[in-house]
Design a protein around this ligand. Structure first.
Ligand SMILES: NC(=O)c1ccc[n+]([C@@H]2O[C@H](COP(=O)([O-])OP(=O)(O)OC[C@H]3O[C@@H](n4cnc5c(N)ncnc54)[C@H](O)[C@@H]3O)[C@@H](O)[C@H]2O)c1
Length: 444
């Protein structure tokens, strides 16, 4: 099929490259000419495992990029909207979605053939058949369900494993306003394994499935962090041991033949310094906001956000057990990306922590193996180290914020450097016995 994708960020580009790989002809559209040029030169504008290889194989063949949205829409049968939906005042800002929808509408005004427009961005339930449909109809003078198809196909990929997640999805959620839209979506995903469950539904249900999926993950994380806080307060009990016991329940670990298989959800049931990224905080906030607009107080999800917002304070408390004042104390922050294997720093838990450390007058160095943000306001006055060794040399406190595998070598490195800083483990990945001063979230 001929596919155009509006918005070539983490989701749009991975979607485009993966669809090209399975044989579709894909045009990626972005307002950023730098991204467009890079894609056309088979260079990945983001750090994502497997993406450079996909671009090398497909760019200039089945995959191209342009800033010309109208031409891309005119030339394709199906158009995805994959632009950003950032948080704004307790809601999501739909201005990019609305602008893309209006531009698609203008592009299909004079188009003779039938087009199907599919929303892939995460949008609050009701957006596709509300804001998006209205904007396209108004700009095109055409009618959804008569002149064009309209669908919602949320994306569940995780940064760091995005290519594999898209290629081998655990489910396909296909929301459509009518049978014709469903036919188009079915055809698009025809080459995907038949065993992948297809959930065919209406666009609003598809939107809610995405939000409910992210909300449950955020809830798991905040649940673990609440239990972890209580473990620390009670004393003599380590939240990691507690969660290990919880994970062994048959709900989480199933017997399969002679093996015991622990469900990946258990990684969300481990205490840490909080969730971040471009999805979980924004999506839970948006759901709470939509509840408010509908006269509902979503108390559980509000608590999930409140607990998460307090996790940097827990890191500060652990430092406070050793230091009365942090003024001029050299502190190394390990990890700026919101999770390992990505360069994405949006809503990273490192930033609220860095802000608190700055307020207390600490001397800060930060290091991340991949993320190299140059102009983030929270990093003003923070020295960015080029290596783990450079980051921790001279530090009195080392804070582990992101679960990068490189950081597991910290004990050996400190041994070589001959230093014994306080290590505060925000991800509970280090062996406490390897450090002379160690604190970890949820530890007795
Ligand atoms: N990043 C993830 O892990 C992830 C996972 C699932 C869903 N989502 C959702 O997918 C959507 C996109 O997320 P992302 O992380 O890819 O965003 P992103 O910010 O990385 O990319 C968005 C892109 O859209 C472009 N853009 C904006 N307006 C445009 C327009 N009118 N025409 C053409 N291009 C335009 C921007 O230049 C940018 O390159 C969001 O709704 C997000 O919540 C993200």
């Amino acid at each position: 099929m001929k596919v155009s994708i509006i918005g070539t960020g983490y989701v749009g580009l991975v979607t485009g490259a993966c669809l090209a790989e399975v044989g579709h002809e894909v045009i990626c559209v972005d307002v950023d000419p730098r991204k467009v040029d890079m894609i056309n030169s088979a260079e990945a504008p983001i750090h994502e495992r497997g993406l450079p290889e996909l671009l090398k194989r497909n760019s200039g063949r089945r995959l191209s990029a342009t800033t010309n949205l109208a031409a891309a829409v005119a030339d394709t049968e199906i158009t995805f909207i994959a632009v950003g939906t950032p948080a704004a005042n307790g809601k999501i800002d739909l201005k990019y979605v609305e602008a893309a929808a209006a531009e698609i509408g203008r592009a299909i005004r004079d188009k003779a053939g039938y087009t199907t427009v599919v929303v892939k961005s995460t949008v609050v339930p009701g957006t596709t058949i509300g804001v998006v449909q209205r904007a396209i109809e108004r700009a095109s003078g055409k009618k959804a369900g008569v002149d064009f198809g309209l669908g919602m196909n949320p994306e569940f990929l995780t940064e760091g494993t995005a290519v594999a997640d898209f290629t081998f999805p655990d489910r396909l959620v296909l929301g459509g306003i009518d049978a014709r839209t469903h036919d188009v979506l079915r055809e698009l995903y025809q080459s995907f394994d038949d065993s992948v469950p297809r959930i065919e539904t209406n666009p609003t249900t598809a939107e809610m499935i995405k939000y409910a999926s992210n909300a449950v993950l955020a809830t798991m994380i905040s649940f673990s962090n609440e239990i972890a806080r209580l473990c620390s307060a009670v004393g003599g009990v380590d939240a990691i041991d507690v969660m290990r016991g919880v994970h062994q329940a048959g709900y989480f670990t199933i017997r399969h033949g002679g093996e015991r298989l622990t469900a990946p959800i258990c990684s969300f049931l481990e205490p840490g310094c909080g969730f971040g990224g471009s999805c979980l905080p924004k999506d839970v906030t948006a759901l709470v906001g939509q509840g408010r607009e509908n006269g509902l107080s979503l108390d559980l999800l509000q608590s999930v956000l409140r607990i998460n917002g307090a996790q940097p304070d827990e890191m500060m408390r652990l430092m406070g057990l050793h230091y009365q004042s942090l003024r001029d104390v050299p502190v190394a922050v390990l990890g700026i990306a919101f999770k390992p294997d990505t360069d994405d720093i949006r809503e990273s838990p490192a930033f609220p922590l860095i802000r608190r450390l700055k307020e207390q007058g600490a001397t800060l160095t930060a290091y991340d193996p991949i993320a190299r943000p140059s102009e983030h306001p929270d990093l003003a006055g923070v020295r960015l180290a080029d290596s783990l060794r450079e980051a921790v040399a001279g530090a009195k406190i080392v804070l582990l914020v992101t679960r990068w595998s490189e950081f597991s070598a910290l004990d050996g490195l400190l041994g070589e450097l001959g230093t014994q800083p306080l290590v505060v483990d925000g991800r509970r990945v280090l062996n406490p016995g390897s450090f002379s001063q160690y604190e970890g979230i949820g530890r007795a």
